[in-house]
Design a binder for this molecule. Structure first.
Ligand SMILES: [Mg+2]
Length: 243
């Protein structure tokens, strides 16, 4: 659920500007990499599902449920989202079900046909598997969303482990997350790459000492392009695979 906030609500102006910077292929020192930590929404999956869900579908359902105009519902929800942003509740299906009196899990199932895998992802994951990298999904998504998306995409077959931030008790962007992750999945910071479309998550991981932190240039196929002065952003996964 971090998804929608990444491209629609929380990206700084600097991060929204267009960039013609392309990923300098070969800079990931794959021989040095043991562990690959991968985000789900906006990194492996098109963020458009989440953005459409939270910014269009939920406001529509909220307006109907509470007899509000679409504009009133939209304004109310944007304020509520802003209040909760950056906390684990932000990603919690149960929290929003209670807060909005809507069956969020069911609403997600209703739109499941919109869940889609980003380009090159399956080939990239297969390449990592073939090259004996430890491949770990690390997501802030609530277990209900994670299960829905893995069931729909079948990407779970590529992961050595799937870790949910709700089990850690912190969101990935929160201080202490990457240290606590070591208890669930021991990893060497200098031999790990993290790929995540959320720049705040990359900051948190970078500050902890994860050596390779990469972003995603266009997490939502219908949304803004992201650039960063600090992190390389990937246009296509095929650009970082060794021939
Ligand atoms: Mg993400």
């Amino acid at each position: 659920m971090r998804a929608l906030y990444n491209t629609c609500m929380s990206i700084d102006a600097d991060n929204k500007k267009k960039s013609d910077k392309s990923w300098p292929g070969g800079k990931v020192e794959w021989d040095n990499i043991e562990t690959v930590l991968l985000d789900m929404d906006g990194t492996l999956l098109d963020l458009h599902f989440d953005n459409h869900f939270w910014l269009t579908h939920v406001p529509k359902c909220y307006a109907e449920k509470h007899d509000l105009s679409h504009e009133e519902a939209h304004q109310h929800l944007m304020c509520r989202y802003t209040e909760v942003r950056g906390r684990l509740d932000w990603y919690c299906v149960d929290f929003w079900t209670r807060e909005l009196s809507l069956d969020i899990e069911q609403l997600k199932h209703d739109l499941a046909e919109k869940i889609s895998i980003r380009p090159d992802v399956v080939a990239f994951l297969s390449w990592l598997n073939e090259n004996d990298k430890r491949v770990v999904l690390v997501t802030n998504a609530h277990p209900a969303s994670l299960n829905l998306k893995m069931g729909k995409t079948k990407l779970h077959v590529h992961f050595d482990k799937i870790i949910n931030a709700h089990d850690i008790g912190l969101a990935k962007e929160n201080e202490g997350f990457w240290e606590k992750l070591q208890h669930e999945e021991p990893y060497k910071k200098e031999r790990t790459v993290l790929i995540d479309d959320n720049l705040e998550v990359l900051d948190s991981a970078h500050e902890y000492g994860i050596k390779y932190c990469l972003g995603i240039r266009q997490p939502d196929s219908q949304g803004d392009v992201i650039s960063s002065e600090k992190y390389a952003v990937i246009d296509a996964f095929k650009d970082i695979i060794l021939p």
